[in-house]
Ligand binder design. Structure first.
Ligand SMILES: Nc1nc2c(c(=O)[nH]1)N[C@H]1C(S)=C(S)[C@@H](COP(=O)(O)O)O[C@H]1N2
Ligand SMILES: [Mo]
Length: 536
């Protein structure tokens, strides 16, 4: 006698919906608890950060090539799709009993806990987030499953009935089934909406608590910054923006952004602290107020990313305000044999900067608190970051910096472990901004314009040539300081047709940028930028 057909089996759509709702409950409950304990332990982010850490370097580069600065958004969306697909499978294999789905959710909970534990800097309290997520997911799944499987009242298990009785009851049940099913549906509907609402609320509250608001209040409280040593005003002729170059100062919202942070660390100034230790005479522990009490400089500095390809846009200039790193190192003292300062961010990024560059009285490496007159924007390192003129960002510009360790070159950093160079001075390069590649311009007189940079050395000359002809010197914009980019432009008279234009920069050490093309790995791309366009 086969009674299995009487056992309730959920419809596919309902099963998938239950699983999706349970996963939403798990993720949002975890997010809320993480907001109250350790925001970086939010399950979604913990998994995403672990995925970033585990992704092989070539795949990461491919992702950056494909998605550019939207690579993290792409990852989050991709994760959402994968999680939803897994949830759908979990729902479909649980149509008769909730056990397979509950097992899957528990399994993912354990993975989340492992991901959290593997991030060394997190407090043990951070584990409460994945634990809550798992418990909530399992509970929601079981509850919704029961609601959806609710049978008409009064029916008994098939095994307790005789064959005849069962047949009669089944016939009777046919009549009440419609009513019973409607009741079950209603119960499932109410439960589902309740879980969805609770998840939405938990997610929203978690988002609010997790710091965005506290940080914006903290930024507002600091207000406009007043440096002790102000930079001379930027000369009017410092850019050729009307000829197509960028403006000399990049607005904060246009400043390029590169970091490994899936979620921007949100650290109010009151919770920030800097530990200076290692090969020092005196360990220092500074608060934000301690830093604000020290001498602050204002200085325009051009920052460049080592991942900037020839002709690329990962270069910007801001007027930074901050305490010279050399002042802090003078306070702590540096012991013999020290070679680099290993800086660590609140989210465990590390960079290693040569001591020479930081203590050089002529190079204003800063612990920056301000960018273009306002406190650092959150995504550029609020409340404090490093900026070092002349060195690529990955070795010198740690955002959300909380730890400086004076050490030797033996200590290896985030990007060094991934195949990038130990030392990385910015290479002398230039870029053509107008015309754009494959642009059509009117034949005759046209202005070609662009930027050139040799941070901390300074630009001496930029030359341009068309169609492999003779190099001609371009006009340079007013120099601001040797630590910033220089704009250039040149007027050409061109016959109709296709043309190729190239630029090359020479710095104040006499070095002319090489034509040799090398990729960004391991210490920065070289090669001439060249543009093909049509005059007609
Ligand atoms: N905490 C942290 N700081 C960081 C990074 C990072 O990933 N995390 N990236 C570095 C790199 S590679 C560069 S080029 C600069 C970019 O700074 P920006 O985003 O303000 O332009 O920050 C540096 N500081
Ligand atoms: Mo970078």
């Amino acid at each position: 006698m086969n009674r299995a057909s009487h056992q309730h089996r959920l419809g596919g759509a309902v099963a998938v919906l239950i699983a999706l709702l349970a996963v939403a409950a798990a993720l949002t409950a975890g997010h809320l608890v993480a907001a109250l304990t350790e925001p970086l332990a939010s399950p979604y982010l913990a998994v995403g950060n672990t995925a970033i850490d585990l992704t092989p370097q070539p795949v990461k580069e491919l992702a950056i090539d494909l998605f550019g600065t939207a690579d993290k958004l792409a990852l989050l969306v991709g994760m959402g799709i994968v999680i939803a697909a897994l949830a759908a499978v979990g729902g479909l294999v649980s149509r008769r009993t909730p056990v397979p789905g509950m097992t899957m959710i528990t399994g993912f909970g354990l993975l989340g806990m492992a991901a959290t534990v593997s991030r060394s800097s997190l407090d043990p309290l951070a584990l409460t987030a994945p634990v809550t997520a798992a418990l909530m997911g399992v509970a929601a799944f079981a509850w919704l499953h029961r609601a959806a499987s609710a049978k008409p009242q009064g029916s008994e298990p098939a095994s307790a009935r005789s064959g005849q009785d069962a047949e009669r009851e089944d016939a009777e049940r046919e009549e009440t089934a419609t009513e019973g099913a409607a009741g079950g549906r209603r119960r499932f509907l109410i439960s589902g909406v309740a879980v969805a609402l609770a998840s939405g609320t938990a997610g929203a509250v978690g988002q609010l608590l997790s710091g965005a608001r506290r940080v914006s209040r903290s930024r507002q409280a600091i207000g406009a910054l007043e440096p002790d040593v102000t930079a001379p005003p930027v000369a009017a002729g410092a850019d050729f923006a009307d000829s197509g170059t960028p403006t000399f100062i990049t607005r904060n919202e246009n400043f390029y952004r590169i970091d490994t942070a899936l979620r921007v660390p949100r650290l109010p100034a009151s919770e920030w602290g800097l530990r200076v230790h290692g090969m020092v005479d005196r360990e220092l522990n500074l608060t934000f107020d301690d830093l604000m009490d020290r001498r602050q400089l204002q200085k325009p500095i051009t920052m460049v990313c080592v991942s900037n390809p020839v002709g690329g846009s990962y270069i910007s200039t801001a007027e930074f305000i901050g305490v010279p790193v050399r002042d802090i190192l003078a306070e702590s003292g540096i012991r013999d044999g020290a070679e680099q300062v290993l800086s660590t961010s609140v989210d465990d990024f590390t960079a290693g900067t040569p001591i020479d560059a930081l203590t050089d009285p002529n190079r204003d490496a800063l612990l920056a608190v301000g960018m273009n007159g306002e406190p650092l924007p959150t995504e550029h390192g609020f409340p404090v970051r490093m900026v070092t003129p002349g060195l690529y960002g990955y070795v010198s510009a740690t955002k959300w910096v909380t730890d400086l360790e004076v050490t030797t070159w033996d200590a290896r950093t985030y990007w060094e472990k991934r195949g990038w160079a130990e030392r990385a001075p910015v290479k002398t390069q230039s870029r053509i901004d107008r015309p754009k590649g494959f642009e059509k311009t009117p034949a005759g007189r046209i202005t070609v314009a662009g930027i050139a940079w040799a941070p901390h050395t300074g630009i001496e000359r930029v030359e341009v040539r068309v169609d492999q002809g003779a190099w001609r010197a371009a006009e340079l914009s007013a120099a601001v300081n040797t630590d910033t980019w220089r704009m250039w432009r040149i007027e050409l008279d061109l016959p109709p047709g296709g043309h190729n234009v190239e630029s090359r920069a020479t710095d104040r050490s006499g070095y002319t940028q090489t034509a040799k093309r090398v990729p960004t790995v391991p210490d920065g791309a070289t090669g001439r930028h060249s543009i093909f366009f049509t005059a007609e």
